[in-house]
Design a binder for this molecule. Structure first.
Ligand code: NAP
Ligand code: F7E
Length: 340
């Protein structure tokens, strides 16, 4: 396949980075994936890409300005997608300095390297619906006032504002995708959706191997969760990475909200995963544990993606319940493989 563009993806080993790498490789890009040094293997989500000729992993860390400067001035990629982050909101309350360094200084390092050494490089920043905080606006769009209420969101607001600054002051083609929650079988283990689908898969596996239904605390441990009353706008990560790519293909840089426009509580998610996939009542298995509550949380998020639809032609294609089904199914298949 003819290679027509080069892209650098930070956060390649993460959920979105793995899907975006796949998408860009399919489109004929040469993809450079930034990977940070680790004492354990972090390439589980991209194992299937590692031997592809157009895919190259480069060791580095976005908090290291020297490393990022050398990388961007050396490759001068057509596009940079900054997906690297300390992405867990709950953890950001416990590690505020790390969250700030990675999520705010990281993108600053990248934008400065672009400005100084590769000004034609297009830049995508992973902004977030967390920027809105607890808002009175029913459906949040690009013009909704931002009231971030976690160290994660505050660090992301800094990066979001940088995108605006570099676009207006230096003419860098910089876009921010204000993405609402998105999930997939590749979702990180300590996000609420993945905790739930993994647990349901474990119950299904138990039922395959035993007669009847498992009893909490006897046959299986409970599922410990925090605040299940909050509401989120959930989409599939595959739809979202396509939207990221569309933003950088449009003829002018801008910010876009991406989300489904539908909101569900964590309790709804639980209901569908337990009843829909296993015919079980989540109340028989879930224990609320204050340990998973946050000092501040967002009660309700719901996207207004009409701009992305109108300008980019973007819309989500994977339905909420189908996404839950495929997450449970994937977790279940992983357990079946372990049986032999
Ligand atoms: P994720 O699965 O947690 O992936 C984060 C990635 O960042 C991992 O590859 C991680 O590497 C890497 N990383 C962390 N610190 C780094 C550093 N200092 N230098 C280089 N790489 C570093 O996150 P995700 O769900 O794919 O989300 C992608 C981006 O979108 C994040 O910026 C997130 O904040 C944002 N976002 C996500 C959502 C969502 O619902 N998923 C919604 C809105 C915005 P390791 O593998 O080594 O940990
Ligand atoms: O929490 C509640 C929790 O951690 C969702 C990130 O990708 O999306 C994500 O952030 C809700 C919250 O995602 C547990 O309190 C209850 O109200 O899955 P989450 P998040 O905080 O919405 C945004 C858009 C991002 O940008 C982030 O990077 O579920 N909840 N019980 C729980 N949450 C977790 N993690 N664990 C629980 O046991």
């Amino acid at each position: 396949m003819k290679i027509n563009k080069t892209a650098l993806i930070t956060g390649t080993t993460g959920q979105d980075g793995s899907y975006l790498s796949e998408l860009l490789l399919e489109k004929g890009y040469k993809v450079y994936g930034l990977i940070r040094r680790s004492s354990v293997n972090t390439t589980e989500r991209i194992t299937h890409l590692i031997n592809k000729s157009n895919f190259e992993l480069i060791e580095g860390d976005i908090t290291d300005s020297a490393c990022i400067y050398e990388l961007i001035s050396g490759i001068k990629p057509n596009e940079v997608y900054n997906l690297a982050a300390m992405s867990h909101v709950g953890t950001s309350f416990k590690q505020p300095v790390v969250s700030c360094t990675v999520n705010a200084i990281g993108p600053l390092n990248i934008l400065e390297a672009i400005r100084q050494t590769s000004p034609k490089t297009k830049f995508y920043q992973a902004s977030t619906s967390e920027l809105f905080g607890n808002t009175d606006v029913v459906s949040q769009s690009e013009i909704t006032p931002m009231k971030p209420n976690s160290p994660y969101a505050i660090s992301k607001l800094y990066a979001h504002q940088l995108v605006n600054l570099y676009r207006n002051a230096y003419n860098v083609f910089a876009c921010a995708g204000i993405l609402f929650n998105h999930e997939s079988p590749r979702r990180g283990e300590n996000f609420v959706t993945k905790k739930i689908t993994k647990y349901v898969a474990m119950l299904l596996n138990w039922m395959d191997l035993n007669d009847g239904f498992p009893t909490k605390g006897v046959d299986v441990p409970p599922l410990f969760l925090g605040n299940i009353g909050t509401k989120r706008d959930w989409s599939h990560a595959k739809d979202m990475v396509y939207g990221m790519w569309l933003m950088l293909q449009y003829n002018k840089p801008d910010d876009y909200v991406l989300g489904s426009g539908k909101t569900h509580s964590v309790e709804n998610f639980l209901d569908i995963a337990f009843a829909g996939s296993a015919g079980l009542d989540y109340k028989d298995y879930v224990v609320i544990d204050k340990k998973f509550y946050r000092p501040m949380d967002i009660n309700l998020l719901c996207a207004d993606s009409s701009k992305a639809k109108r300008v980019l032609g973007w819309k989500p294609t994977i339905h909420f319940t189908d996404m839950i089904d495929c997450m449970v199914q994937d977790d279940y298949e992983k357990l079946i493989k372990c049986r032999d």
